[in-house]
Design a protein around this ligand. Structure first.
Ligand code: NAD
Length: 475
């Protein structure tokens, strides 16, 4: 049971695009699930015309009526969550319980934006001269081109679709070709909820060709991208040619700082479960662990015990707690990180190799004694690898945590309120979880600093990303 794939353009499903297409692979079995059509440039132009028409209709629809359709779509996602989750497990590899959580949170995101869109008020600023009314109003920016990755096939599209639709924008969404099915099902929920034709269009293709074609078009006024830093920089350059607004949710390399006054077992239980979620293929996954010397041994022992208890397998099977990596590129990347770590003195506390000979399975891995300039400590692993090292002082660990060009997420554990406040302030990161991993909710801003990108998704900031401010002075 998998999704019937297609392109969704101007309110109609196209089973065949003008492009060559590709097979979607189940990473647990390496077997094809379905053939995905690709859009040709003619298909993309059709989607663009549809989005222009859709924008005219949708911006003229009241926020009240927009919210009703969006809420209906969110409810359909909840009703259909079991089917959508199973499709996601097959194409992406994550375990069922995580897929289910993703679909339900995505429905909450759509709902939250639907409600917040109704509170996009603007303001009146008193004029200097008598009889002058100064109005600040918020208008939808226009047609949006959104690009989403394979690690969260519904959540990343939901953030972009939710914000854009609530603001009154139309979209052309290019979701990941490697995980298209769950997103197709989400788009069906919007279609069945009565979203007017052309407001949301879904395409697939060769990523670089699709983005190059769409970003060159004047009608596209906003780009929202989630993915790797090199691709983000490339798209930002293309966007700059047309002075188009951008939101860039890129990679990171999240430090975790465990202070000596924290409970090391409690910290390990919390952060290890978070580390191996989606086999570590999460942009805010904890990826560099700095533990103060006095609690290092206890933290490492408990963390390693957790990693050893993980049950690897097909995410649809009962009792499985970690699935395969999403594609074979990640397996090669893991091998390269581990080989480099070993070559510079790193020790493998557990894992460190592929598992089985079918499917892209990699063992949950803990690495110790790696230097700060090793590959694993300087490049985002995007996989189930946890390098754990020691530190001595607050200033030292802050300098090490801030030493990379990334700044997406960071975590710290301490029982001191003074240290909690100090580390929250000191870390260069868009999001910081202090004694908490809850840094991604529909109502709070999600985004990075430095090379991790700019702009936020979620919260009022996420809605603002799709609004242009207009000032009207009326005499
Ligand atoms: P990649 O850089 O080739 O692709 C990343 C994503 O961008 C994919 O979804 C891809 O379809 C899309 N993409 C690639 N080129 C594009 C283009 N020219 N225009 C539009 N979209 C384009 O790498 P990958 O092998 O898929 O993933 C590797 C790295 O990407 C990971 O190590 C990780 O750092 C990063 N990544 C980050 C996220 C995130 O949530 N921020 C998600 C997936 C991947």
């Amino acid at each position: 049971m998998y999704s019937e794939l297609g392109l969704y353009i101007d309110g109609a499903w196209k089973k065949n695009g003008g492009g060559k297409g590709e097979d979607v692979i189940n990473p647990a079995t390496e077997k094809p699930l379905a053939h995905l059509p690709h859009a040709s440039t003619a298909d993309l132009d059709e989607a663009l015309e549809a989005a222009k028409k859709g924008f005219a209709v949708w911006r003229a629809t009241s926020a009240y009526d927009r919210a009703k359709i969006m809420s209906k779509a969110a409810n359909l996602m909840r009703e259909r969550h079991d089917v959508i989750s199973k499709i996601m497990v097959q194409e992406q590899g994550k375990v069922y319980v995580e897929a289910r959580g993703e679909v339900l949170v995505s429905a909450d995101i759509i709902d939250w934006y639907a409600e917040e869109g109704r509170r996009s008020y603007g303001r009146i600023v008193p004029g200097r001269a008598k009889g002058v009314r100064q109005l600040v109003i918020q208008e939808p920016v226009g047609v949006v081109a959104a690009f989403t990755p394979w690690n969260f096939p519904v959540l990343t599209p939901a953030r972009k679709v939710g914000g854009a639709l609530a603001a009154g924008c139309s979209l052309i969404l290019k979701a990941s070709e490697e995980t298209p099915g769950a997103c197709v099902e989400m788009v069906k929920c919007f279609a069945d909820a009565g979203l007017p034709a052309g407001v949301l269009n879904l395409v697939f293709g060769v990523p670089a060709e699709v983005s190059e074609h769409l970003l060159a078009k004047d009608a596209v006024r906003k780009i929202s991208f989630t993915g790797s830093i090199p691709v983000g920089k490339h798209l930002a350059q293309l966007a700059a040619k047309g002075m188009k607004r951008t939101t860039m949710e890129l990679g990171g390399h999240s430090p975790v700082v465990v202070f000596g006054d924290a409970d090391p077992e409690k910290a390990a239980d919390t952060i290890a479960a978070f580390k191996y979620r989606n086999a570590g293929q999460v942009c805010i996954s904890p990826t560099r662990f700095y533990v103060q010397e006095d609690v290092y041994k206890r933290f490492l022992a408990r963390f390693t015990e957790y990693a050893n208890g993980i049950k690897l397998g097909d995410g649809l099977e009962k009792g499985i707690t970690m699935g395969p990596l999403a594609n074979s590129r990640r397996l090669d990347a893991m091998d390269s990180f581990v080989a480099d770590a070993k070559s510079c003195g790193g020790k493998i506390a557990t894992g460190g190799k592929r598992s089985g000979n079918q499917g892209y399975f990699y063992e949950p891995t803990v690495i110790t004694d790696v230097p700060d300039d090793s590959k694993i400590m300087t490049e985002e692993p995007f996989g189930p690898l946890a390098p754990i090292v020691t530190f001595k002082t607050f200033d030292e660990v802050v300098a090490r945590a801030n030493s990379l060009p990334f700044g997406l997420a960071a975590y710290a554990f301490t029982t001191s309120t003074t240290t909690a406040a100090a580390i929250g302030d000191a870390i260069e990161s868009g999001m910081v979880g202090v004694n908490s991993i809850a840094i991604s909710t529909p109502e709070t801003p999600f985004g990075g600093v430095k090379e991790s990108g700019h702009g936020s998704e979620g919260g009022t900031e996420g809605l603002g990303a799709y609004l242009a401010t207009k000032f009207i002075s009326q005499g």
